[in-house]
Design a protein around this ligand. Structure first.
Ligand code: MD3
Ligand code: FE
Length: 224
């Protein structure tokens, strides 16, 4: 399902990436500004069809970021716990489809990594306000961790942290920028990670999707 893939040698701007754990491929500046704007157009359509909501923890506390989903399944959490569901929790409508531009990007990268047969059925859309962040966690609500996760960052820069297999492991800070793509596959798939903060005002693109939001992140997954 996945062969070892090299970290790309160079970022798009020619800088050297830091050494990353096995199973993490970070493509700095993978998307042109025009491509970023295309995906932000797609985000507007998704938010129109599936309005942002705030998932809650089991004890009822809302998470800090708003989110929505596209694809057959969407991630959701409330007093009943974390799970994937096929309808928007508030409107009851099916999630809108994964935009073709996003599927095409995913297909191209899987091709480059030599991973065959990846058909994501879920895509989380994380919407960060100026104070947005995401506590250190593992993504473990999907059935088969052999399938990768593909992340696309849009809007303001974020301080992303990549840890180890234990919550206590030290973390590697990584600044994720608009147009960056990160693939987590193989051993990388179960690493702890989080977003410590976003840097409002640093987006290289302005777009209606970012009105009232600092950053949008898409993560493509295979939930089932
Ligand atoms: C490393 N999102 O939605 S994307 C998430 O920027 C999530 O919104 C963050 O973590 C965001 O679950 C980070 C990069 C990412 C996504 C999944 C990973 C890194 C990962 C899974 C394993 C290891
Ligand atoms: Fe995550």
């Amino acid at each position: 399902m996945g062969k070892a893939a090299p970290q790309p040698d160079l970022f798009a701007d020619g800088a050297q990436p830091p050494p990353l754990p096995e199973g993490v491929a970070w493509y700095r500046g993978r998307l042109s500004k025009a491509e970023q704007i295309g995906l932000l157009d797609d985000a507007v359509a998704i938010l129109q069809a599936a309005p942002l909501f705030r998932p809650r923890m089991r004890n009822g506390t809302p998470l800090i970021n708003k989110m929505t989903n596209c694809g057959a399944l969407g991630w959701y959490s409330d007093e009943k716990g974390y799970r994937y569901i096929a309808q928007h929790p508030e409107t009851g409508a099916p999630w809108p489809p994964i935009p073709s531009r996003l599927s095409a990007l995913c297909d191209a990268i899987m091709d480059e990594l030599g991973i065959a047969g990846y058909a994501p059925d879920a895509c989380l859309v994380n919407a960060y306000g100026a104070e947005g962040r995401l506590n250190l966690h593992q993504d473990h609500d999907e059935v088969d961790f052999r399938w990768p996760i593909v992340s696309v960052s849009l809007g303001a820069d974020a301080l992303f942290v990549l840890g180890g297999y234990s919550r206590k492991d030290k973390v590697l800070p990584i600044r994720l920028c608009s147009g960056d793509v990160v693939v987590l596959y193989g051993k990388g798939r179960t690493l702890f990670h989080g977003v410590k903060k976003v840097f409002p005002g640093t987006s290289p693109v302005s777009h209606p999707a970012l009105n009232g939001l600092a950053r949008i992140n898409f993560t493509l997954r295979r939930a089932r």
